[in-house]
Design a protein around this ligand. Structure first.
Ligand SMILES: Cc1cc2nc3c(=O)[nH]c(=O)nc-3n(C[C@H](O)[C@H](O)[C@H](O)COP(=O)(O)OP(=O)(O)OC[C@H]3O[C@@H](n4cnc5c(N)ncnc54)[C@H](O)[C@@H]3O)c2cc1C
Length: 490
């Protein structure tokens, strides 16, 4: 069948969809509003430094490898396996370097935070088992199609949900395992991996620990940008056509069937459309006359971020690839992000330094710091003022912890913030992952990967099912391809 597919956006969810649908023999064209392909996974070169502008934590690298190999078995996606997951710094001077692997993690947490190693191992074993039970049901298939959802895995997963209280909050579950609040804080942090609060998000999300602590993060050789660059190159080699600087302005349908799309440059006919644009804006801007699923779209949004990209004129042995300088009052920080929509005066500061493993990312003797603070979405705050204050607070906090005045070491600076995340990538109000997972039913309150109203309309990326992060965006594309296959008997 000569079916034509138009894809809106070129984030990893879009590129993975292009590859998956090309594999089915469909003709695929991708439309990207920006001048570069890759969505949030893009890089910038600034005065001898290279920065990945968006994601920095890369888990489940086999998903990228498999995606590439599914179209070309000779593809090899090379990455560093990091020996540490993250370095943690608390305001009172306590520091931990968390290694990878249950035994190692349990030992370090025992040495510094005095938890029983057997308890930490028990926790990490539980997360592994939960991850294995939940993944095939809540992540790899559509929750909105009975024929995909109903399998032997479903009952096993549901049984675990109740048996292990996976509907309670992440924080509550973590408190029931660990006695030291610092250990709880370390495990609670996993909520931020999809822009949520550990005090509200369901304990099911504690399975992220399986990827962070048991398997450990990876780092693509050549930087995060290689994920989208390689997927783009491969798709193009296999005939996918890419349009850059071409914003889609409307999705066209007739008699509840897709017929094509309008862009700033013209009109194109398609049988199938996959939108990788934030689901909120897909309805608001591209489908203004279609009845939108208000209940789903009115859910609380995920957090945004303020990022400082700093070229730092020195190296720091006490820092690793991933570093966290925790807020003293974590609960108050999440309250600020989600309730008062402000930046907390003592924020948790994340520093990613890719030049620790990718030496050419910074000039000799220097480091590329990606300094990020989780932030509320844009509701009209005075961001210029807020960011100025935040910068001062971050510098004070880091200078104290690292015992050196950081500001004079910064020789290059660029800033990303909620307004720019909205403007550059069409993330609703600067939210990074669409809806937050801030309630027990979060997994069920994401938009399906297909439209129930328009035949031929599908959705991929982090704002729809199964959720936030690169691995889930790749899974969303696989689900889209499976739905297209089912719907068109391919
Ligand atoms: C600062 C930051 C840090 C992050 N850290 C991590 C991390 O460590 N690990 C992780 O897994 N994830 C992280 N994320 C989230 C990460 O970006 C996503 O996981 C993933 O890259 C999003 O992919 P996506 O497919 O949803 O699309 P996106 O990357 O959001 O791309 C969507 C694309 O659609 C385009 N578009 C929108 N509207 C239109 C239109 N009308 N016409 C044409 N094109 C359009 C946009 O320009 C954009 O290129 C981070 C994000 C940010 C901003």
């Amino acid at each position: 069948m000569d079916m034509k597919v138009g894809i809106i956006g070129s984030g990893i969810g879009a590129l993975a969809s292009a590859i998956e649908l090309r594999k089915l023999g469909l003709t695929v064209e991708v439309f990207e509003a920006n001048s570069v392909i890759g969505g949030k996974i893009v890089e910038q070169l600034l005065g001898g430094y290279r920065f990945d502008m968006g994601p920095s934590v890369f888990t489940e690298p086999h998903l990228v490898q498999k995606l590439l190999q599914s179209l070309d078995p000779t593809q090899d996606f090379k990455f560093h396996r990091l020996e540490e997951s993250c370095r943690y710094f608390f305001n009172d001077g306590v520091k931990l370097i968390i290694p990878v692997g249950k035994e190692n993690v349990a030992q370090v947490i025992s040495d510094t935070l005095h938890e029983e190693p057997s308890q930490t191992k028990h926790y990490l074993n539980r997360m592994e088992a939960n991850y294995k039970a939940i993944y095939p049901v809540f992540i790899e298939v559509s929750l909105h199609r009975f024929r995909q959802l109903f399998s032997k895995h479903l009952w096993k997963a549901i049984a675990r949900l109740f048996k292990y209280g996976l509907h309670q909050s992440m924080n509550k579950q973590n408190q029931s395992f660990f006695k030291n609040p610092k250990t709880v804080q370390i495990f609670d942090r996993m909520a931020t991996y999809n822009g949520s609060s550990p005090y509200l998000a369901p304990a099911m999300l504690n399975i992220i620990s399986q990827l962070e602590f048991n398997e450990g993060p990876a780092m693509p050789i050549g930087g995060m940008v290689q994920i989208t660059r390689r997927a783009h190159q491969l798709a193009a080699q296999h005939g996918v056509r890419f349009h850059t600087n071409e914003r889609v302005t409307a999705i066209q349908y007739r008699n509840n069937r897709i017929v094509g799309l309008h862009t700033e440059n013209g009109t194109y006919n398609f049988d199938v459309i996959v939108s990788n644009m934030d689901i909120h804006y897909t309805y608001e801007k591209l489908l203004p006359y279609l009845k939108a699923p208000r209940f789903l779209l009115q859910q609380e949004k995920s957090s945004s971020a303020v990022v400082f990209y700093w070229g730092v004129n020195r190296t720091f042995n006490e820092l690793g690839v991933h570093n966290i300088f925790f807020a003293a009052d974590y609960k108050a920080e999440f309250k600020a992000i989600f309730e008062t929509k402000t930046l907390h005066p003592d924020p948790t500061v994340y520093i990613h330094i890719s030049s620790k493993v990718e030496k050419t990312d910074a000039p000799n003797g220097k480091e590329n710091w990606f300094v990020m603070v989780n932030a509320p979405i844009n509701v009209g705050q005075d961001w210029d003022l807020e960011i100025q204050l935040l910068r001062k607070q971050i510098l004070k906090k880091l200078s104290k912890a690292l015992q050196i005045d950081i500001e004079p070491l910064i020789e290059i600076e660029q800033i990303n913030e909620p307004r720019l995340i909205d403007e550059r990538y069409s993330g609703k109000q600067g939210s990074i992952y669409g809806n937050a997972s801030n309630n027990a039913f979060a997994a069920f309150l994401r938009h399906p990967n297909f439209s129930k109203q328009i035949k031929g309309l599908y959705f991929a990326g982090v704002t729809v099912h199964p959720g936030g992060g690169i691995p889930l965006a790749i899974n969303s594309a696989k689900i889209v391809a499976r739905c297209v296959k089912e719907d068109y008997g391919l």
